[in-house]
Write a protein that binds this ligand. Structure first.
Ligand code: UD1
Ligand code: CA
Length: 508
């Protein structure tokens, strides 16, 4: 199939989209990681057109701003008043001049239309030497669509709008998709001659077909194999339908390329996501934006990744990650929140109930439980004990914490930034670390424990606790163990060191 490069693709997107019932222009509603209009622009770009033009009108500031922020290469032409599809094309050609070559006209609200189908339309158009070739489809319910009127030989005569159609014409199931390949110069001439004496008082682009045919030019049709592809989105029910169809298409593409998707019904993957072979995606997973997953990784269940890179062989379960980089063979989750700027090294761990932001965790370092790591650099082979908080915010500014290699941070530590813990250092459990800890030191920053003997029996007499204490005292009296038999109380540093050594072990 030889596909001629179109001289221009014109995407009509000036309409209001009233049935969306939205303050947002219809073509900016999203599915599978892209706005409606961007799906059409992507399909059009696949044809490598010389010019890509979008007609904007309703809420054009918002649409233009969207095109700007997405860095679109499309030229926006403003149609101030929406006086019909023919008027929209006329406005473009008056703005950019008649286009010599093939002009493809399409809509901004048909996100399921594939480049391949557009290419087939162009190929048919070229092979048959037509002045215009319309993309049509047989649909179960053609209500609302223009109908394709053919003569007894099957040649296309004209397109009649639903509102202008006779009962016999309404019975025709072949609909006009609104997508056409035109000879550019004949199109420029044709749109000037379109009137507006019809049920809607609009300039119908469809009228160009009969005008060109009456001039003696060839008019053809290409029937799409799958009518679902050409059906547009007019309301949010159709938007959800299109999203489901497109998602299925995306998932099937990944599965055919070697990705295991356990439950396609509960898995949503945006069009921009890259997944390598032998990745397993568990149920309830959503992969958004520029997320990438390297070979052998397992993602899910119940995981939402946005713009996140997952390394080879990593495991990410029950997690929400945004703008994070997860190293090869790292483990994340369950119940983990990784925010932008998180970078986990090779074989690193972000465990359960752990939140991280703007944090670099070195190879093999572990943050296993109940911890917040914000604005930090952690070296290699370090363990952060359970319930540690990186206190990064002083109420006005954010500060950085630096933790060295092979550090053992005791459980329930507060690391008050800016602060540095040197290589191989320890912190005692329950410490509030406000000063730098030199390499190899243990930092102890907590009040010493004081036991007030007999307090419960004196002050909570008659309670179950007092009774339990009395029983314990009685059995001790009768037993062989006496307070004198206990080893001497360790000195303060020794005691601290013991708890410091023990604590990181709880974070394994
Ligand atoms: C149009 C076709 C109809 C076809 C149907 C397919 C005409 C006259 N009718 O009908 O045969 O079956 O599409 O969906 O073309 N637009 C503009 N400027 C305008 C008017 C429309 O940019 O002045 C854009 C809209 O944003 C929309 C598209 O063109 O994306 C179609 O417009 P719409 O008014 O919905 O046409 P239909 O009545 O659906
Ligand atoms: Ca429409």
């Amino acid at each position: 199939m030889s596909v001629p490069r179109p001289a221009a693709v014109i995407v009509l997107a000036a309409g209001e989209g009233t049935r969306m019932k939205s303050s947002k222009p219809k073509v900016l509603h999203e599915l599978c990681g892209r706005a409606l209009v961007d799906h059409m622009l992507a399909a059009a770009r696949g044809l490598d057109p010389e010019r890509l033009i979008v007609v904007i009108g309703h809420a054009r500031e918002q649409v233009q701003a969207h095109l700007d922020t997405t860095g679109s290469d499309a030229l926006a032409v403003v149609q101030r008043e929406q006086k019909g599809t023919g008027h929209a094309v006329r406005t473009v050609l008056e703005s950019v001049g008649a286009v010599n070559g093939t002009v493809l006209v399409t809509y901004g609200d048909t996100p399921l239309l594939r480049t391949e189908t557009l290419a087939e339309l162009l190929a048919t158009h070229a092979a048959e030497g037509n002045a215009v070739t319309v993309l049509t489809a047989e649909v179960p319910d053609p209500t609302g669509y223009g109908r394709i009127i053919r003569d007894t030989t099957g040649a296309v005569l004209e397109i009649v709008e639903d509102k202008d159609a006779s009962p016999e014409q309404k019975a025709i199931k072949e609909m006009n998709s609104g997508v056409y390949a035109f000879d550019g110069l004949l199109l420029a001439d044709g749109v000037k001659r379109v009137g507006s004496s019809n049920a809607q008082g609009e300039e119908y682009l469809t009228d160009v077909l009969s005008i060109l045919r009456e001039d003696g030019h060839r008019v053809g049709a290409y029937v799409a194999a799958d009518h679902v592809e050409v059906e547009g989105v007019n309301d949010r029910v159709q938007l959800a339908f299109a999203r489901r169809v497109l998602n299925t298409r995306v998932l099937e593409g990944h599965m055919r390329a070697g990705v295991t998707i356990i439950d396609p019904a509960s898995t949503w993957i945006d069009v921009g996501v890259a997944i390598e072979r032998d990745v397993v995606v568990h149920p309830g997973t959503q992969l958004h934006g520029r997320t990438s997953i390297a070979t052998g990784a397992e993602v899910g269940p119940a995981t939402t990744l946005t713009d996140t890179a997952v390394g080879a062989g990593a495991v990410v379960r029950n997690a929400v990650c945004e703008g994070a980089e997860i190293g090869a063979e790292a483990t994340v989750g369950p119940y983990t929140y990784l925010r932008p700027g998180t970078r986990l090294g090779r074989k690193a761990k972000a465990g359960s109930y752990v939140e991280m932001k703007n944090a670099e965790v070195g190879d093999g370092s572990k943050v296993p439980h109940l911890t917040y790591v914000g604005d930090a650099t952690i070296g290699v082979g370090t363990n952060i004990g359970a319930a540690t908080i990186f206190v990064n915010y002083d109420g006005v500014n954010k500060h950085h914490t630096t933790i060295g290699d092979h550090v053992r941070v005791g459980s329930d530590s507060m690391l008050v930034a800016p602060v540095t813990v040197g290589d191989g250092a320890y912190t005692a459990a329950g410490s509030v670390i406000t000063n730098d800890v030199p390499p190899g030191a243990i930092a102890v920053a907590r009040a010493r424990q004081r036991n007030v003997e007999g307090w419960v029996e004196r002050r909570r007499a008659g309670t179950a606790s007092a009774e339990a204490a009395r029983r314990a005292a009685a059995s001790q009296d009768g037993g062989s163990s006496h307070p004198e038999d206990l080893p001497e109380t360790a000195d303060q540093a020794g005691q601290a060191a013991r708890s410091g050594e023990r604590t990181p072990g709880s974070g394994k």
